[in-house]
Design a protein. Structure first.
Length: 113
């Protein structure tokens, strides 16, 4: 999870699964390149976040970039224990009434490269 989520309708996934696989693979390559070139991240993000100082973007990137990949180096993989703990936290805070079990099957990792 960690700040990014790619969503697609089941019908669209069934219609062109390979398109989604290629999109996710390209996204993973982009995150890997971002890990290697911090200044490219700052340049890219500065266009959309024109009101945020490049120093803040740089510091934020440094703070979160290790969360982009699993300890094994896989990008985008949703980890069931994190989803469950996040859902519990949301319930405890009163932000959702969904049971933890409701997240089962709501995500998938099989399209990741």
């Amino acid at each position: 999870m960690r700040g990014r989520l790619q969503c697609a309708r089941q019908e669209a996934l069934r219609h062109d699964t390979e398109l989604y696989r290629r999109f996710l693979a390209a996204t993973a390559r982009g995150y890997r390149r971002a890990m290697e070139d911090e200044e490219a991240v700052v340049r890219a993000m500065s266009a959309a976040l024109w009101h945020v100082s490049p120093a803040v973007i740089r510091a934020s990137t440094r703070k979160i970039r290790d969360s982009w990949f699993t300890p094994e180096g896989r990008w985008g993989e949703i980890q069931a224990d994190l989803v469950d703990s996040y859902t519990r936290w949301m319930r405890e805070g009163g932000w959702t009434t969904a049971p933890v079990e409701a997240t089962c099957g709501a995500w998938r990792n099989d399209l990741l490269a």
